[in-house]
Unconditional design. Structure first.
Length: 147
């Protein structure tokens, strides 16, 4: 089946992040029902709209570059946080959700996170992305006949 391989790659790429979209409803319920004073709806723009799009495009990029680079899909996916985290931080800063300071970042002017905590979280994200891309996205790629 060689018809539309990039469309199939896009669909395999968006598979994982769209599974987590219903979990984001918890934050909307907290804001609307329990009147949490943090405007989470502004923070949901990135994970709801942009993250699945980038995962699909990233998988299309892997499909295009795999014959040239021979990079495994897990390694290719582990690079994605290097793209997503700066994009997310830039968007959050522009929307007034994130304030970058000298000793850390502050979310919603309420939650302060020091840089010493951001580094291990980033490394854990890279490891998690590697595993998700290697096993789940790689499986979806095989099922759709593009791996």
């Amino acid at each position: 089946m060689n018809s539309h391989p990039y469309l199939r790659a896009y669909l395999a790429g968006i598979f994982v992040p769209t599974l987590f979209l219903p979990l984001l409803l918890i934050f909307v319920v907290m804001r609307l029902v329990y009147q949490v004073p943090v405007p989470v709806e502004r923070a949901l723009i990135f994970p709801v709209a942009i993250v699945p799009l980038l995962w699909g495009l990233w998988n299309m990029l892997w499909l295009w570059s795999a014959p040239r680079t021979h990079a495994p899909v897990g390694l290719h996916g582990a690079v994605l946080p290097l793209v997503l985290m700066p994009l997310g931080a830039t968007l959050a800063t522009c929307l007034g959700i994130l304030t970058i300071g000298a000793d850390g970042v502050t979310w919603f002017q309420v939650c302060h996170v020091p840089y010493t905590l951001i580094v291990p979280v980033f490394l854990a994200a890279v490891a998690g992305y590697y595993l998700v891309w290697k096993y789940i996205v790689g499986f979806a790629n095989r099922v759709l006949g593009i791996a």
